[in-house]
Design a protein around this ligand. Structure first.
Ligand SMILES: Nc1nc2c(ncn2[C@@H]2O[C@@H]3COP(=O)(O)O[C@H]4[C@@H](O)[C@H](n5cnc6c(=O)[nH]c(N)nc65)O[C@@H]4COP(=O)(O)O[C@H]3[C@H]2O)c(=O)[nH]1
Length: 538
């Protein structure tokens, strides 16, 4: 079952790790593609209007200059010379000439009449527009002709001049449409008549029409609108381009996430088997943190703290492995190992140190396990010490169910050991709850001790905990004392026992014995050298 679960978890981890970033990349590519296409269509309609405005300016100038040739005939030698000069000076015009009776009578090319047909439409500004006219210089190309309706003078513009300001791809269209006439003047691509109502609806805009994005902009001087459209095909192209960049990035990120998740899962799943091997190979040992009488500085007891050094030298802290041992049902084996180790050290610690006590951490499962209770009982008997020199520490979680708590505490009383509540304030114990169970001591968690002298919102909590414990006549042990200021505060509040780095870090049994024997009046400077050296036992 476990195996199946881990296979399943691995598959989920890999799929999750790989697919999510790719899916996000695809979604981002889609969004980015849509935005890019919109921008592209708008850019092109803007460029189109700029180009058309320049052409219109040259047309207007040319027609005005030709119109002033009133004395000479429209196709006189003087006029044709003028036409040549104009064409030389105006880069956007293919030719200029004169139209009469639907024929180009003369132009800068000469005066050979050429049929040009009926105008496509009349513009509101008084021009006759032909959009498919021909010209002898560029046969087969539809030329746009603009003729002054009064004078007959005419300009001719090549379609490339109007449209070739940008590259043109399949599915893309751009060009110019007469606003009043609705006639497409010049178009690169295919003009869709459904665009016209949109183009006429506002002076500029962007809409989606049948999967294509259409942008347009009206000229503010002339009777036309520029437009550009990029089709769904263009969007796909953009998406593909973006995906080409994002998917590899997504895959790399996905790969890294998968590796991290796999390593985490492997670590988690292998921890119980490592714990099992650690127990078999005796990789656990115990260190002791002195419990100090605040008034005298004497080391009056110690808390036993388990340590795990793997055979490869790696140290794993109890905060990491105790919760896993609790979840995997291995905590009782660890506690029994700790009891054996304490029993081995006990001769050093108890004999010759009257009243010295040892605290041992118990998890909820330890209280429910007859083998652990039996082991505790037999340890106390073997040591031939007063049983109350052993204190069992249990966290608040152990005390949550009142009935079980009463039963467990009663069993401890039978053995004769004392019971303290550990890490008080971090769990759910209430005052009434505590009052109904016969406890001996309360350990204030270091998170509260460390608020002393700070302005944190929880800094007042410690005062309440102390007052409450005193009200219940419980012995108080404050954990995690690191500064003189914290010690002074606790002393002033009437706390008798403390534990913390201000006095000593956890140390081995030999160092503890030396410290407990050496006159007891110590402060940080007077901690034995050996204590400082043992910092690595943390
Ligand atoms: N920052 C700071 N820390 C200080 C100071 N003084 C003491 N400590 C640390 O605070 C923890 C006190 O133990 P705990 O609250 O019972 O918290 C213990 C206890 O809940 C659990 N644990 C340790 N040994 C055992 C064991 O044998 N059995 C069980 N069930 N749990 C254990 O693991 C927890 C962590 O133990 P450790 O890592 O040894 O961490 C210890 C100790 O090294 C200080 O001044 N400053």
């Amino acid at each position: 079952m476990k195996f199946l679960f881990s296979r399943y978890a691995l598959m989920v981890a890999i799929s999750f790790g790989m697919l999510v970033p790719v899916a996000i990349s695809a979604w981002l590519a889609g969004v980015h593609g849509q935005m890019r296409v919109k921008e592209l269509a708008m850019e092109r309609s803007e460029l189109q209007i700029q180009r058309s405005t320049k052409i219109s300016a040259q047309i207007a100038s040319a027609l005005q200059q030709l119109g002033s040739l009133t004395s000479a005939g429209p196709c006189s030698a003087v006029s044709i010379r003028k036409m040549r000069d104009l064409v030389m000076g105006m880069n956007l015009l293919l030719d200029v000439g004169h139209v009469s009776d639907n024929a180009l009578m003369c132009s800068s090319f000469g005066s050979e009449p050429l049929e040009v047909g009926e105008p496509s439409y009349h513009s509101p500004s008084g021009h006759l527009i032909r959009i498919n006219a021909s010209h002898p210089g560029v046969e087969g190309v539809p030329i746009t002709m603009t003729t002054d309706a009064w004078t007959g003078f005419t300009t001719l513009v090549h379609p490339d001049t109007m449209l070739d300001f940008t590259s043109h791809k399949i599915g893309e269209t751009h060009g110019l449409v007469g606003l009043n006439s609705g006639v497409p003047i010049a178009v690169a691509g295919v003009f869709d008549d459904r665009w016209l109502p949109h183009i006429r609806s506002a002076s500029q805009g962007v809409v989606s029409v049948d999967g294509a994005v259409l942008a347009w902009k009206h000229s503010d001087q002339y009777d036309y609108s520029a437009f550009a459209s990029v089709s769904a095909y263009g969007v796909e192209g953009m998406v593909r381009q973006t995906l080409l960049v994002l998917v590899p990035v997504g895959l790399i990120a996905g790969g890294l996430i998968s590796v991290a998740v796999l390593l985490f899962l492997r670590n988690q799943s292998s921890m119980p088997s490592l714990l099992k091997a650690g127990l078999r190979k005796n990789e656990f040992f115990v260190v002791y943190q002195p419990i100090v009488e605040l008034k005298t500085g004497a080391w009056v007891g110690a808390e036993a703290l388990v340590r795990w050094r793997r055979d490869n030298g790696e140290m794993i802290g109890p905060d990491t492995f105790i919760p896993i041992a609790e979840d995997s049902g291995q905590i009782c084996e660890i506690t029994m190992r700790v009891l054996e180790l304490i029993e081995r050290d006990a001769a050093q610690l108890f004999y010759g140190h009257k009243g010295f006590f040892l605290s041992i951490n118990f998890s909820a499962q330890d209280f429910a396990n007859p083998l652990v209770i039996e082991k505790l009982d037999s340890m106390v008997k073997h040591l031939r010490i007063a049983p109350d020199r052993i204190h069992v520490e249990a966290t608040e979680r152990v005390f949550m169910d009142l009935e079980t708590t009463r039963r467990n505490v009663a069993r401890m009383r039978e053995i004769g050991v004392k019971v303290s509540i550990d890490d008080f304030g971090t769990g759910y114990s209430s005052l009434s709850h505590l009052a109904s169970v016969e406890l001996d001591a309360l350990k204030i968690d270091r998170v509260f001790v460390q608020t002393v002298g700070t302005n944190s919102v929880t800094s007042s909590v410690i005062g309440h905990i102390i007052a409450m414990a005193q009200g219940l006549k419980l012995k108080i042990i404050a954990e995690g004392v690191e500064t003189e200021e914290q010690a002074a505060y606790l002393r002033q509040q009437g706390v008798e026992l403390v534990q913390g780095w201000l006095y000593s870090k956890p140390i081995d049994a030999v160092t503890l014995r030396a410290g407990a024997s050496s006159g007891m009046d110590r402060n940080r400077d007077e901690v034995p050298e050996s204590t400082k050296e043992k910092d690595s036992s943390q």
